[in-house]
Design a protein around this ligand. Structure first.
Ligand code: SF4
Length: 722
């Protein structure tokens, strides 16, 4: 410990203070500060901005505030690496509450290197809440620094500092540790610090993530949660920011100054009891976390295998929940925010690395969660749990998104098998199914910024164009098998047999990520939404409902990863109505404002439509941008068709009235795909209509007026396209 303190002093000695700014403390009242913080790392301008009543009413908080600030900062020509692009971070009015599980999330937005439109990520760790209690509902960071810098927000002393940081590490597991040591005056204060950092992989790729830290006092170590999607970490490093640090020591259960603490505590207690009583019988989040999904997805033919060709694999048992349970260190309070009884943020302790710059060291690995187990495991056919854990660790510390990395690795392996790639073209890497050594070496290349890793790290959309141009690859085949939408890699569920999930992925604002709508079971397994209209209703309700978590600073998991014992008896059990009512109760208890179920959806609808119009402003967000790759809709190769021939022959007969007998596989494949494309287009029509959008996917003026998002700049943008 003494040696570490000395090291930190040596690092500090190299800092040059560039700017210091003092502000007046202002306690949070009813969940809000009513001001945000602007920092420009180039001009060194630091400014407070008021939150107007109109901003609060229309944008609510969290993702809403982020998007509003980002909209005002950029123009239609702004790209991810333009100096005016911003990283915006906010929690919401409920964020930072310690009484109700899952109330500590931060939401990040920026213009994404991958999609060229706003990306939004919902992330744990303590940064967003500490930022709010330090005095600011949101933070916007603009400009590009001339050298590596750190931004430090000291909520205890009401002071902001910007200084050079030449000698701190770049990779997150070391950097976050250094900064918790540096900014905490003593052991106890380490809990009061939170660090946002990226890593060397984020520096050299477009799939960089941000790591949000918190101090795990039982392990006496830093833990990291990822704002994973769309290259947020790449933007941070492009701005030459090593880290954003916040420190705040006054957290209590009343820090939001709620109007009705008693209701808040009572509602929280009810859910705490439910989690304790039911979690073990339901999703086992407390013992395994989201990784419990691996065997369930495999059983239902929904686990991505070999670049989403298949949904099952005999070796998937090697990645099943009981395997992870043995790796996870149990009986630790693995919550990513105070008061989260669900405690799903599991970790592997003392994991000895076999490769890379930290080879031989024993480290803590946060996860793997389901997306990582499927993305970096089954999808590239890596059925070695230790290899998956090692990939997980290096992705995190390099600041690389495990979902994009997993999906694009599976794409690369598919290209390798199909002769588009070979050793010569990858610089000697044999990136074939299951080859975890080559996969890790590619990841280390991303970290070092060299070789094939530089191409791979730009993601599937970039590789599609690169392989056509440089290797003469078939553009249509790459479109068929490249699992990306709007430039973002698809997350790790098979959507082939669920039309609603195809919409759930490709009718999203940011690209195919499951956090807007996960409808596979409702649609495919339980057949609860058989018509276009029912699917459209689900693709209206669930994305709007789930958007609300991002407005409030909430985690989605306690909503439906535990359900009340009598949930099935209620109308519309998929909405988990009792938990929706809990949210309405805690919203009112904190803000003092009445909100009913319709009002909740309306809050989200405003921000959701604003984000859609933002996409349109940036040159995307129209029908042409909502098209999935063919493999998201069904089989694209004869081998895939043959692997589920009985299912697809039956579909031809029953849904298309076509007798498959006597037809070649190629003919059947073509007929099936044409039908599924037509079905998807029918779904798009129905969803756009339900959402109040034109046939080209543009929110209509009438709809914007109805929902109260008829701001002049919004109307001016849509009028160009209607
Ligand atoms: S449920 Fe899991 S991810 Fe969500 S807040 Fe709790 S510990 Fe964090």
């Amino acid at each position: 410990m003494a040696a570490q303190a000395k090291d930190v002093q040596a690092l500090k000695a190299k800092h040059t203070l560039l700017k210091e700014y003092a502000y007046t403390p202002r306690p949070v009242l009813r969940g809000y500060n009513m001001r945000t913080l602007y920092i420009n790392v180039d001009t060194l301008e630091i400014r407070e901005k008021p939150v107007t009543d109109e901003m609060r009413k229309k944008f609510v908080g969290g993702k809403g505030f982020d998007l509003k600030l980002l909209w005002d900062a950029v123009n239609e020509n702004t790209r991810w690496d333009s100096p005016e692009n911003e990283i915006c971070i906010a929690t919401g009015p409920i964020g930072g509450n310690t009484n109700y599980p899952g109330s500590g999330k931060s939401i990040v937005t920026t213009i994404s290197p991958q999609t060229a439109i706003p990306i939004d990520c919902n992330v744990g760790g303590h940064f967003g809440p500490y930022l709010k209690f330090s005095g600011f509902d949101a933070l916007e960071i603009q400009g590009k620094a001339g050298q590596d810098v750190i931004v430090f927000i000291d909520g205890n002393l009401s002071k902001i500092q910007l200084f050079t940081a030449p000698d701190e590490a770049v990779d997150s597991h070391i950097l976050a540790h250094q900064l918790h040591e540096m900014f905490a005056a003593n052991e106890r204060e380490k809990q009061h610090v939170s660090v946002v950092s990226a890593g060397s992989g984020a520096e050299h790729s477009w799939i960089g993530c941000l790591n949000f830290s918190y101090w795990d006092k039982r392990r006496k170590a830093v833990r990291l949660k990822q704002a994973g999607r769309g290259g947020t970490g790449s933007v941070l490093r492009n701005k030459r920011i090593k880290a954003l640090v916040v420190k705040y020591s006054g957290l209590t259960g009343k820090s939001n100054q709620p109007v009705d603490l008693e209701t808040l505590q009572k509602t929280g207690l009810k859910l705490h009891r439910e989690v304790i009583a039911l979690d073990d019988k339901q999703c086992k989040m407390r013992s395994i976390g989201t990784a419990h999904l691996v065997e369930i997805m495999n059983d239902y033919d929904l686990l991505p295998v070999k670049n989403f060709r298949y949904g099952q694999h005999p070796e998937a048992v090697k990645l099943a929940s009981w395997i992870w349970k043995d790796f996870f260190t149990q009986n630790m309070p693995d919550g990513c925010w105070f008061g989260c009884t669900m405690s799903c943020a599991h970790a592997v302790d003392d994991f000895e690395l076999k490769t890379g710059p930290y080879k031989g060291q024993k480290v803590i690995v946060d996860g793997p969660e389901y997306e990582t187990a499927a993305g970096c495991g089954s999808n590239p056919a890596i059925f070695d749990p230790r290899a998956v854990i090692e990939i997980n660790f290096y992705c995190d510390t390099y600041g690389v998104d495990t979902i994009s990395f997993g999906t694009m690795t599976a794409f690369i392996m598919d290209c390798y098998e199909n002769g588009i790639l070979n050793r010569e073209r990858t610089g000697g890497l044999e990136i074939t199914w299951g080859n975890w050594e080559a996969t890790l070496e590619m990841l280390h290349q991303i970290g070092r910024g060299e070789g094939f890793g530089l191409i791979a790290g730009k993601g599937i959309q970039y590789m599609q164009e690169y392989f056509v141009k440089n290797f003469g690859a078939d553009a249509q085949f790459l479109q068929d098998i490249g699992m990306q939408g709007k430039g973002l890699e698809q997350s790790e569920y098979m959507s082939k047999e669920s039309l609603a999930q195809q919409g759930g992925y490709y009718l999203t604002n940011k690209g195919p990520q499951h956090d807007e709508a996960w409808l596979i079971f409702m649609d495919m397994v339980n057949n609860m939404i058989p018509t276009f209209e029912k699917k459209a209703e689900a693709l209206h309700y669930f994305p709007m409902f789930r958007t609300w978590f991002g407005l409030q600073g909430l985690c989605k998991l306690p909503w439906n990863d535990v359900e009340p014992a009598d949930n099935a008896k209620h109308d519309e059990p998929n909405k988990v109505p009792e938990h929706v009512d809990n949210y309405l109760a805690i919203y009112k208890a904190i803000t003092g404002e009445e909100l009913d179920r319709a009002g909740l959806i309306r809050q989200s609808e405003r921000v959701y439509n604003f984000q859609r119009v933002f996409n349109i402003r940036m040159g995307k967000g129209l029908r042409a941008n909502d098209i999935p790759p063919n493999r998201a809709l069904g089989p694209v190769t004869e081998e895939e068709y043959e692997s589920r021939a009985e299912r697809y022959d039956k579909a031809l007969k029953e849904k298309q009235n076509i007798d498959p007998a006597g037809k070649s596989t190629a003919e059947k494949l073509k007929l099936l795909l044409a039908y599924r494309q037509q079905q998807y287009e029918g779904l798009v029509d129905a969803v756009y209509k339900r959402r109040g959008w034109s046939r080209n996917g543009v929110p209509t003026v009438e709809h914007l007026k109805t929902i109260g998002m008829d701001l002049p700049e919004v109307l001016a943008t849509v009028k160009k396209h209607l």
